[in-house]
Design a protein. Structure first.
Length: 179
């Protein structure tokens, strides 16, 4: 994933990043290291994880450029438009019937010309993917692993037209979508 961050973050211009599901904040850290003009908001739904990310951001000396908020993306109200929204490995944590609206909401966080970055494990023949698909399919509030075509179709239904995808490793896909 750090290679993805290296690929997508511009290196030298003022840039606002929204990272959904920021976890420890490690990808935000990398983005800040790559671009000294970047500012970011990290969203994390779990309070203890958000607290951990805040501590990391402070330890890494990025607290003047990064805010970590403990909230669900479905409840987040954008305070300003973002150049980029990242949504790494999260789509299957949302039920199928919520995904199109979720993708629309992510796009609403972007300023015109902004970019949505979405990565996902996708259905495949590997036994670990079958196990992951079984788990997400059976867990209340989650949904099955998508296929790349399903994500592409959901993005189109959400109103995106400039959709690029790249297979990073088998069954792991990066989608770059411009608003």
């Amino acid at each position: 994933m750090l290679d993805v961050v290296d690929k997508i973050i511009p290196k030298s211009k003022s840039y606002r990043l929204l990272e959904v599901g920021c976890g420890s904040g490690i990808y935000i850290k990398r983005a800040c290291e790559l671009n000294p003009l970047l500012t970011a908001v990290g969203l994390e739904v779990q309070q203890n994880v958000a607290d951990f990310a805040r501590e990391n951001i402070k330890t890494w000396n990025f607290e003047d450029r990064v805010d970590i908020e403990n909230t669900d993306i479905r409840k987040y109200k954008c305070k300003s438009d973002f150049d980029m929204v990242t949504f790494y490995n999260l789509i299957y944590y949302f039920p199928l019937d919520e995904r199109i609206d979720l993708l629309k909401d992510l796009g609403n966080q972007l300023k015109p010309g902004g970019e949505l970055i979405l990565t996902s494990m996708c259905k495949g023949k590997d036994p670990s993917l079958s196990l992951m698909n079984l788990w997400t399919s059976m867990t209340d509030g989650y949904g099955p692993l998508p296929s790349p075509k399903q994500i592409h179709d959901q993005l189109k239904k959400a109103g995106y037209h400039k959709i690029k995808s790249e297979m990073l490793i088998p069954s792991f896909v990066l989608f770059r979508v411009t608003k």
